[in-house]
Design a protein around this ligand. Structure first.
Ligand SMILES: Cc1ncc(COP(=O)(O)O)c(C=O)c1O
Length: 390
């Protein structure tokens, strides 16, 4: 059986996705296709490295050493053609943590922060928690795909924006931003002196033939305007190991970021298992990831085509990467609350509600396809028969 075909029972594994169904959906009877982790085992070499470390049995304070930094550097060079220097790295338990720290380091209460909606809900929270203002550059939904409205983007920057949280690739709309789009966003951010906080946690998860371009790799000048957050957690299904990193080429900005981390009690380190897993994943995980992304692309086409044929009310938005599908359910004509209830009660699948990603997305749902084909087929069948029987 192929590595990605094995159905692994994740219940009773302290899994947010599988062990919180009653809390999240008020039903234990739904197939969870929500929170963004996958139902796959991490690459074999990662598990072996972790088991080897566990056999050692001592979990004392652990060094972020050059072997780990080299693994990160080599990965980014090989996958993203981005040459980063070891001294540009800071370490963090998570990307959301890093965004909180960066917002505090570089902006003041009352500052305007730009986001492109609909977007990953913690972006709103990162801004609101620190009493900054949310400024939206809504993405344009046209012919089943999303685009940036650059006129609006510039208008918003003109009004005075301190920082822009870029989601690249974009969760939930599945866009892998093209070079021209990134260049234009960067040009405008330089023109209006807007700091780019680039969340590239989905950067490795692009479909075959697509290319993720780290915005900071476009030029030295853009790099110096950018703080990039990356992690192996989405890529290799390691979210529970709490390990991520930040890349800042500008010395002053990196110092300010590290001071902000320090003020919050973080000391530029990683937990032992996160450290081990990150190094093994970046060293050996390439072939595993290639296989994963071929499968995700085929899953995407399978879901899109199945709905087109059997439940055309569910329109899967064009996607270029991630394992998250964004589904336009407007043809069902349901309110946000009724849509959510429909999928839980009638289809018995646990999806993320679009409304959580932006008020413009109340008739959308997000579906996680990071699971074996058999699980996905079960979910798709449940959704089709619920739509047919309504
Ligand atoms: C865009 C984006 N950023 C950050 C995260 C979470 O990152 P972390 O667990 O490292 O805080 C997610 C998880 O879904 C995400 O989609």
């Amino acid at each position: 059986m192929g590595y990605f075909e094995e159905i692994i029972n994740r219940t009773n594994s302290k899994s947010v996705k599988w062990d919180m169904l009653d809390t999240i959906f008020e039903s234990s009877d739904v197939l969870p296709m929500w929170v963004a982790d996958t139902d796959f085992k991490a690459p074999r070499e990662v598990n072996e490295a972790l088991m080897e470390r566990a056999k050692h049995g001592v979990y004392g304070y652990t060094i972020v050493d050059n072997k780990l930094k080299d693994a990160i550097i080599n990965w980014n060079q090989a996958r993203h053609n981005w040459e980063i220097k070891p001294e540009w790295l800071s370490f963090s338990n998570g990307v959301v943590t890093s965004l909180h720290i960066a917002i505090q380091a570089f902006t003041e209460p009352g500052d305007n922060i730009l986001i492109q909606t609909p977007v990953y809900p913690p972006f709103y929270n990162v801004i609101k928690t620190h009493d900054r203002n949310i400024v939206k550059n809504p993405l344009q939904y046209e012919n089943g795909a999303y685009y940036i409205d650059f006129n609006d983007f510039e208008e918003k920057l003109k009004q005075g924006v301190k920082a822009f949280i870029l989601c690249s690739p974009h969760n939930p709309v599945g866009r892998v931003w093209k070079k021209g789009e990134l260049e234009e966003m960067a040009r405008l951010c330089l023109k209006y002196d807007v700091l780019i906080l680039s969340d590239e946690i989905h950067g490795d998860l692009v479909f075959p033939g697509q290319k993720h371009i780290p915005i900071a790799s476009l030029s030295e000048e853009i790099a110096e305007q950018t703080i990039t957050c990356m992690a192996p957690s989405k890529t290799f299904n390691l979210a529970g190991l709490d390990a991520s990193y930040v890349i800042t080429s500008d010395d002053e900005k990196r110092k300010a970021l590290d001071i902000s981390f320090n003020k919050q009690g973080f000391n530029n380190s990683l937990n032992t298992m996160g450290n081990i897993a990150m190094e093994a994943a970046y060293t050996y995980g390439g072939p595993w990831l290639n296989e994963l992304m071929e499968l995700m692309e085929s899953h995407y086409h399978y879901v899109k085509e199945s709905f087109e044929k059997h439940a055309p009310e569910l329109k899967v938005v064009n996607s270029e990467g991630t394992y998250l599908l964004w589904i336009d359910c407007s043809a069902l004509g349901l309110s946000a609350a009724d849509l959510r209830t429909f999928f839980v009660k009638e289809a018995k699948v646990g999806l993320n509600a679009g409304i959580d990603y932006g008020e413009e997305a109340e008739q959308f749902m997000r579906m996680n396809i990071g699971c074996p084909r058999a699980t996905l087929e079960e979910a798709v069948e449940r959704m089709i028969s619920a739509v047919k029987n309504r």
